[in-house]
Design a binder for this molecule. Sequence first.
Ligand code: ATP
Length: 841
Amino acid sequence: MMLQQPEDPVGPYVWFTALVNTFCLARKPKSTLALLGQLALMLKRSTRDIQPSHGTKCTLSESLAHTAEGRKYYAMRISRNPGIYRSWSKARSLIDGCAGARYKSFSTVAEAMAFILEQFPNATFTKNVNGEYIMDDPSAVNEIVAAASLKKDKLRGIVFGALEDSDAAGVPYDSIAAASRLRQLTAAWEADPRSRLPLNPEQQQAFDAIVEGRNVCITGMRATGKQTLMLHVKLHFTRSHRVFAPTSACAMRSLMRGLESTQSWMGVGKAIGTKRQILSKVRKNAALRKAWIDTDALLIEDVSRLSAQLFELIDYISRELRKAPDRPFGGMQVVLCGDFYELPPVLSGAISCPDCGQSHRLGFEKENMTAHQPGAILECINEDCGKLFQNTWTMFAFEAPAWSTDEIIHIDLLRTYMGDTRLATLISELRAGMTTDETSKMLASRAQTMDAVITTETSTELPPPSPNAGPSNAPEEHQQQHQGPPQSPSPEQQQLFQQQLVGKTVQNTTATFSVNITPTEEDASNINMLCISALTTSMAVFEASDTVIKSFDFSSRGQLREGPVDESLVLKRGAMVILLPERHGTQMRPRLGRICGFVAPSPEMQAQISARLARGLEAVRDAMLEWISKHQLLPQVILEPFEEQLAPGAALAGGDLGSGAGPSGGAGPSIESAGGPHSENPTRLQPRSAAVCAPATVVTIEPRTWTVTFKDRLVAWRIQLPLRLAYAVSLDKSAGLVFPRIRLTSAHRWGPGQAHAALYRSATVEGLHLYYMHDSSFEPTHQVVAFMATCGMQPFSTAITSRVLPDTDANEQDSKGHGRGKSKKPVDPSSLAGTPRKGSG
Ligand SMILES: Nc1ncnc2c1ncn2[C@@H]1O[C@H](COP(=O)(O)OP(=O)(O)OP(=O)(O)O)[C@@H](O)[C@H]1O
């Protein structure tokens, strides 16, 4: 093929350049056709004239003169003001914060222009006095930049109130997000009636210590005002302009409360790797690094869920990044709050060797469960390491070496506002690790045989035992329980019980209904499935819609899965459901109800949703409207006020219901009186005392959004109905929820401390239904009892000796003894790791 020589005077130079380039390209293994194509393209581009807008024709030959100057030409192809520049500092200023920027330096202006023309062949330039060539019409470039910014913003997550604040010129993007988020949270905290309660002396003591800047750990049983205190603390920090991070160590409760999870705030993913590896990962992310350095106070709620592994990392990373290795947490104030008797830390499935960082996947199969136990000793599978290490992922934060009583003041709130003082006494005795006669009697009085369950739950409520009930005046079946520990039912009995229970449970009214609390999610879904399939009415399935904008290393999807609502919700007319409390609303307790029908969503409801989610949250709004149009129907539920759902004689006093939860506590936006068009036999559900209780209501349930936030951005959300089937709920999914009646059965395998924690789900002693449960099942985890006994007196590490690594010699000997490269191997964890604790699975 013959190539024509161009007529332009610059021709020889261009030919020369083209040939040199072709020669270079030819050295690479490319096809001849491709090489010729390259050559033709270069020729075509090099001969094109460039039309300046002000009449001066600027050609390549003219531009060649600039090569002699010896300075580089910066071709800023996609930038804020596209063109060719001579100074790098100026060029750089055009691409700082510019999404999708493309630029390159060249030694000739011809090459620089060819680079820009490659993408924008019709571009023309004007040369200015500084010798820069500015693109005349940058509109095509601007469009690309705008599209890239949108994409980038989407990848970075939704900025809270972005639209509202986007006029704040000059304010950095991240500051807008942080300020908007904080404003939203502050408004919700201020709206919470608990923020206006005066603190009691215990709470005040803790508050003062926090205000002084001390590291404080606040614990306390249910309704001791922990949340109330934390609300005061958060508002104090906001008003005094302190940089603080309100987080929750429980994924489920962080979603319920709209807080960032502690683990995602830390940005450590699943905390896999050596400390140094994790640190260097955090260090590389500017936003994370900044958060660690700038934060004055880290608030961690639901601290029982925080593992020793994470606690250790908080101390290590903050010391390193804040360059204060000698100060606890590098000088960052740490405020911990929760109840260690509640849920323990759980494992997501992998841990790693602290020496070499090797990751070890721990399945949830039966044979793997010993490795899940807190403090279990494992052997590293890395052939070059093979060291023994401890599973610190399921150990409590207070078991971490970084926990020191010199540095963390521990305040246990003792005054409880629980309405039922008998339940408060029962729980506090069990917490102290003692069971008095009175406690045993109380537990025994709540024991039920199968017959008792079947008869009492289908006819009327359990007869309320008198406060001094003893063996003599207890019902017959209860008297039998006092004669000794109940015997476990046989498998046949269990099966029969299950079948009969299912049949009867579906006929229960809210006034006699017990929620089965189970140790695992699997147990709960088995019961729910059995009960729902026993209903013969038509079925409706509601699928959650998940959106994950940015998948950062601590999987947003995983957090959504751990949330309060399931991916798939199967409902039938007549099914008993739990309506979950609103995040910041007036309804603070779950409500039990029965599905009475399904209706099409009204246009007004859709308009309301659109209006509510319009500003800055269009993506959420669109997903919500899509969810509604996909499902076409919304369930209607007959609800009774919480008090009405309580057992008779169990009226609550004080604030245990939450200040906002009264008989008229709003359950949802569209409430009709019972007897409305969609209600099912409403007269049957009329409350006994209209003076005390509001009438039952029929509520149309709207979908709700559960959000995952990361550094003040919304990075994922799930849209689903705020409902769960009420026949059974696992301990995990019922965290923080209280029901009028619960049932615990020995049919499930309760791990240490789990049945104890399950007691917290009952509002009253009368609401407890115990099926063949032994007193000993309710003992709390002994590590927690021991820790609480040392509260503020001595370092905890001296109190616990069972969960320590074997001494180094033994360690080495053992690791040598075992062949290298074996699969992970728990080493007699029962002897080394203290009492095993069952994972939530
Ligand atoms: N200082 C106080 N004065 C009066 N009532 C209080 C006070 N603190 C808490 N309460 C009451 O106790 C109830 C429970 O408080 P709060 O929710 O803060 O407790 P909690 O310990 O966080 O409970 P839980 O562990 O169940 O979440 C509140 O609804 C409130 O009515």
